[in-house]
Design a protein around this ligand. Structure first.
Ligand code: NDP
Ligand code: MG
Length: 396
């Protein structure tokens, strides 16, 4: 058994916490080569003392200086890097084979691309990277000899239900379609008329999962499921018609694959991100993730319903963006990032999020994506349109 050395991008976040929990359970199998974050230097300093990485990187230069001071004289010889360049350097660090891509949002795109170019084994949580630059990202991964292992729970479930040689010949696999399950979030049954006044904390109070605040809002609007359709399209080479969404409030079935013979394979488990993270970290082996056994009898019932498109207009917006292709998903993602950040800062209403995305999609023409620059140009145009429509100041 080779001991895997892990580069963890987004180490101070929710996926970061879950990943380090799994790693710490198996010191014989996993070691930490690099940890990165944005500005939370105190938390990163603590993590450096515990996990002793070779490298730590913070995108905020002031925070990086504080981290350097905090580690000086601590007996830990971690080298501190800073800025986006520092994160990118950490993402491609030699001597480490696995990168956990868990930065939130578009900020994760370039570091994850660097890992792809360096031929790493990439455990992908940062779905926004695929939504913005899917074609570019998949090409970079193929060219760099990188392996993609999804840790988004739905995509990890699909990965586990597909044949192991699926990627080599998807056409021969007999897959008819996949079903992405969705919890429906905290507002599944709340009167639609009340949604204009819900707060950020209410939107982040997810019934089943504990996650970072951006993805929690995406789960409340179900934009998360829309982004996941686009993610599934790129990861598994499926057409929009082959990707279905079913609301399953218990979050026990994490997704399903239907085959042409009528067989439907599903992956079940407690809603705990340590399961997909451990599956991908150890793949093809299996390791204890610290997750309790699933008690089906105690669970009793599993229920399913169709998504309500009036309540969750973001699903339709994402499906349209996926069908339109080109820059449309990047536009959708960028407008959503602007709107969600503004909602979390209590500057706009929850019900402004979907219209801001719709506005950016209808105002900006869909162009082909030949190179990363095409997607990034669409990203910044969409941010400007969304900001103007939401009447936010330029830099908000
Ligand atoms: P969190 O907000 O909890 O953590 C985000 C991490 O990214 C933090 O370490 C943060 O650093 C870092 N970060 C933020 N902005 C930047 C930046 N500009 N440059 C460098 N690093 C940055 O998010 P989650 O862990 O919840 O989610 C991470 C990703 O995983 C998202 O793409 C999400 O969609 C995906 N995902 C998450 C799941 C979950 O259960 N949480 C489930 C499935 C997918 P700092 O703390 O210093 O700000
Ligand atoms: Mg998910």
């Amino acid at each position: 058994m080779t001991r895997r050395r892990i580069i963890l991008l987004g180490a101070t976040g929710s996926i970061g916490d879950s990943t380090l929990d799994v790693i710490a359970r198996h010191p014989d199998r996993f070691g930490v080569a690099a940890l990165t974050a944005n500005g939370q230097w105190e938390k990163l300093a603590q993590l450096c003392l515990t996990h002793r990485p070779d490298v730590a990187a913070l995108s905020d230069p002031d925070a990086a200086r504080s981290l350097e001071r905090a580690l000086a004289g601590s007996g830990v010889s971690t080298r501190v890097l800073c800025g986006e360049a520092g994160i990118i350097e950490a993402a491609a660090l030699a001597g480490a084979d696995t990168v956990v891509a868990a930065i939130v949002g578009a900020a994760g795109l370039r570091p994850t691309l660097a890992a792809a170019g360096a031929g790493k084994r990439i455990l992908l949580a940062n779905k926004e990277a695929l939504v913005i630059g899917g074609a570019v990202f998949m090409a970079a991964a193929a060219q760099g000899g990188a392996t993609l292992l999804p840790i988004d729970s739905e995509h990890n479930a699909i990965f586990q239900c597909l044949p192991q040689d699926y990627a080599r010949n998807p056409g021969a696999s007999g897959v008819r379609r996949i079903v992405l399950t969705a919890s429906g979030g905290p507002f599944r049954t709340r009167p639609v008329a009340d949604l204009a006044t819900v707060t950020a904390d209410q939107a982040c109070a997810h019934p089943n999962w504990v996650m970072g605040r951006k993805i929690s809002v995406d789960s409340a609007t179900m934009m998360n499921k829309g982004l996941e359709m686009i993610e599934a399209h790129w990861l598994f080479g499926l057409s929009p018609e082959q990707i279905e969404i079913v609301v399953h409030p218990e979050s026990v079935i994490h997704s399903l694959v239907e085959y042409v013979d009528g067989s439907v394979l599903a992956q079940l488990g407690h809603p705990d991100m340590r399961t997909p993270i451990a599956q991908a970290l150890a793949f093809p082996d299996r390791v204890d993730a610290g997750v309790p056994a699933l008690d089906l009898v105690r669970q009793g019932t599993l229920t399913f319903e169709n998504p309500d498109h009036e309540r969750f207009p973001c699903i339709g917006l994402a499906a349209n963006a996926l069908r339109a292709g080109g820059t449309a998903p990047a536009v959708l993602n960028a407008a959503n990032e602007v709107a969600v950040a503004a909602f979390l800062a209590a500057r706009i209403r929850y019900t402004d999020i979907a219209p801001a995305c719709a506005e950016a999609l209808s105002r900006l023409p869909t162009r082909p994506v030949h190179a990363l620059e095409d997607a990034l140009a669409a990203d910044s145009e969409a941010r400007a349109v969304a900001r103007a429509w939401l009447r936010l100041p330029e830099a908000a």
